[in-house]
Design a protein around this ligand. Structure first.
Ligand code: ADP
Length: 169
């Protein structure tokens, strides 16, 4: 019974993250940071009209990365992926806005840069799948999990940009 109430409560809490309040987790990977792409990437999200609600430069543990990429644990490239992601600082961000999860994935391009169209981040800034510069959550559910894995609640800012009424009608 308690479990049911808790899961209902968490569902209601999470459903606050819908519509214009939808959030996604974006990470500029170590190669993106080393290649000084942070400003360019932030610029693209800002100019699209999304709202930055969390941002930090971090070096995370392999344990966190293994949890983050748990679904890929059986892939041959898994250990290389963990080494790559722990090779330097990462810029972790939370962006908010209408359909931000889907739109961010479009802005990123495909997993393999070779399949990514020019104009997308991966299509413009990288060539190899093992150095593809940026991560973005692939669903609203993944975004919720990833945000709570990478950020504490008090690291997220609730604020009201003065441009909101020019982005949404
Ligand atoms: P995405 O990051 O586009 O959501 P996946 O979740 O499938 O893609 O993969 C996670 C990350 O694992 C990719 O972004 C990439 O860094 C790495 N990766 C995926 N496929 C390969 C591969 N074939 N070889 C090396 N690394 C890969």
């Amino acid at each position: 019974m308690i479990c049911l109430i808790l899961s209902l409560f968490s569902h209601i809490f999470k459903s606050g993250w819908t519509g214009v309040n939808e959030c996604t987790f974006i990470a500029v990977k170590p190669d993106g940071v080393q290649r000084k792409l942070v400003g360019e990437i932030v610029r693209r999200f800002e100019r699209r009209g999304f709202k930055l609600v969390g941002l930090k430069l971090v070096r995370v543990s392999e344990d966190l990365l293994r949890e983050h990429y748990w679904d890929l644990r059986t892939k041959t490239f898994f250990s290389g992926l963990i080494t790559y992601m722990s090779s330097g600082p990462i810029v972790a961000m939370v962006w908010q806005g209408l359909d931000v999860v889907k739109t961010a994935r479009k802005m990123l391009g495909e997993t393999n840069p070779a399949d990514s169209l020019p104009g997308t981040i991966r299509g413009d800034f990288c060539v190899e799948v093992g150095r593809n510069v940026i991560h973005g959550s692939d669903s609203v559910e993944s975004a919720q999990k990833e945000i709570s894995l990478w950020f504490r609640q008090n690291e997220l800012q609730c604020w009201d940009p003065s441009s909101s009424r020019w982005v949404y009608n």
